[in-house]
Design a protein around this ligand. Structure first.
Ligand code: SF4
Ligand code: SF4
Length: 457
């Protein structure tokens, strides 16, 4: 802890914030687009199984994709309309089955969150009922990780949870959608927090907010007065404070060991947007079909926070926000540190899309990669205590089995941001992680085959 607010100890950086571009005081609501492309794979785990057919009529909130595995999530129609096609859509590197819905022209915009939201009476809800509702409504982590929430709230037997940490850090530059949500809808955030506490049998929650969001901090603090067990804490602005392990250290002072998950230190973490979605699921049965997104950057005419139905194209958002400005050079899904560039203006938004950035050339770091200077900055600033330059070298040499530390990388991009030689550190580390996953899956398959053979003989 420090007099200037709580924070994590190791590494981290301060990229230019650029949050002033996108006003967090209010948001607008997008008129429902004529067409929505709803991907079946917008969460971590197996894609949902499409359960509608071409030319089917669908209602807003109707289940159109069913969770197909333990780690998977339901998908619902964001608006009333007709199924126009069952296609494959590219969401970054993932090719996902998708349902294209031609929306009913008379359909109103998806509703904003209820400004008259009331506290919930949770006395009639059991833990299993809450988890079943969260599963039914297709809620996934909306901070970007998109892990199905009902799975995350069901730690392995023996795990003892005693603190819920709610992530209101929003440490990614440019993005202000979580700030906007906390300022405008404190009831949803706080009541969703209470729901999750009840589902996990936890009586303490800590909501961590960085000190560059004073209005959100004050709003939640005032709204939480009298609510037992919920603490609002101010964190010192520092990237990547919103990464789970860093936020746990900052807010409750516990360290999650490399390779371990938060439940090993008795903590579960949820993002504020997920928490609001959980409130809606219990209060009204509303599935996760819309969210607040920051449409921002110097390459768009009118940056703003917008309530957007899932499946809206980037092109539609650009037009709604006044079109491109001179010098637009790149579109990024998510924030500038952890997001990914897209070259497809028709890419649809998903449950995990917290921002769409329209960046000009001046906002991009487009520089030649130079040889490593051995300056050590990537090492000293890595919040996970890794040696990024070594992991990159191993990945370049294809020596993935020796790069197992890469599995602890949270892909925050700090190393690449601070590197004076513009080394493509995260890209190579990401490749190493992917290859290590492939090696592990292959070994598991081999093990299963060996066991099956042994069982037969
Ligand atoms: S190695 Fe991974 S965790 Fe460390 S700074 Fe780079 S991206 Fe972040
Ligand atoms: S920051 Fe860049 S130049 Fe410095 S050691 Fe790391 S990779 Fe090399």
């Amino acid at each position: 802890m420090s007099g200037r607010g709580l924070t994590f100890r190791r590494g981290g950086t301060h990229p230019p914030e650029n949050k002033e571009l996108c006003d967090a005081a209010s948001y607008t609501v997008l008129p429902t687009p004529a067409e929505l492309v709803v991907a079946m794979s917008q969460h971590l785990g197996a894609p949902a199984k499409t359960i509608v057919h071409n030319r089917d009529e669908v209602e807003a909130g109707q289940l159109i994709g069913e969770a197909s595995a333990f780690i998977s999530a339901n998908i619902h129609a964001p608006a009333k309309g007709t199924v126009k096609g069952l296609d494959i859509v590219h969401i970054g590197p993932v090719n996902s089955p998708a349902v294209t819905i031609k929306t009913d022209p008379a359909v109103p915009p998806v509703p904003e969150y209820d400004r008259e939201a009331q506290p919930l009476d949770l006395s009639g809800w059991t833990k299993d009922e809450i988890l079943a509702r969260i599963k039914e409504t297709g809620i996934v982590g909306m901070g970007g990780a998109t892990f199905p929430t009902h799975v995350k709230l069901s730690p392995p037997p023996g795990a003892e949870l005693d603190v819920l940490v709610i992530n209101g850090a929003e440490c990614e530059p440019y993005l202000t959608a979580d700030d906007c949500l906390m300022r405008n809808h404190p009831v949803q955030v706080l009541e969703g927090t209470r729901v999750i506490m009840q589902a996990c049998g936890i009586d303490r929650a800590v909501i961590g907010i960085e000190d560059n969001k004073p209005e959100a901090f004050q709003t939640l603090k005032a709204a939480a007065a009298g609510l037992g067990g919920i603490e609002i804490v101010r964190c010192r602005t520092r990237y990547p404070q919103g990464a789970e392990k860093q936020l746990i250290e900052a807010t409750v002072g516990r360290k999650v060991a490399p390779g371990n998950l938060p439940f090993t230190v008795g903590v579960v973490v949820q993002n504020v947007a997920t928490t609001a979605a959980v409130y809606e699921a219990l209060a009204t049965g509303q599935p996760l079909t819309r969210r607040l997104i920051s449409i921002t950057g110097r390459g768009v005419a009118r940056p703003q926070n917008v309530m957007v139905p899932v499946g809206t194209s980037v092109a539609e958002l650009l037009e709604y926000c006044g079109g491109p400005k001179d010098g637009l050079a790149a579109v990024v899904m998510g924030g500038p540190m952890m997001g990914r560039a897209t070259s497809d203006i028709n890419e649809p938004t998903a449950k995990g899309t917290s921002g769409v950035l329209f960046l000009t050339k001046d906002e991009l770091i487009v520089a030649e990669e130079d040889p490593c200077l051995r300056c050590g900055r990537c090492v000293s600033d890595c919040p996970m205590g890794l040696v990024p330059t070594e992991l990159m070298s191993l990945a370049m040499l294809g020596r993935f089995e020796e790069a197992t530390d890469a599995l602890d990388c949270v892909e925050c991009g700090t190393c690449a941001f601070v590197c004076p030689s513009n080394r493509r550190l995260v890209q190579w580390i990401r490749l190493a992680k992917w290859e290590l996953g492939r090696i592990r899956r292959r070994a598991q398959l081999k093990q299963k085959e060996t066991e099956a053979k042994a069982a037969k003989s």
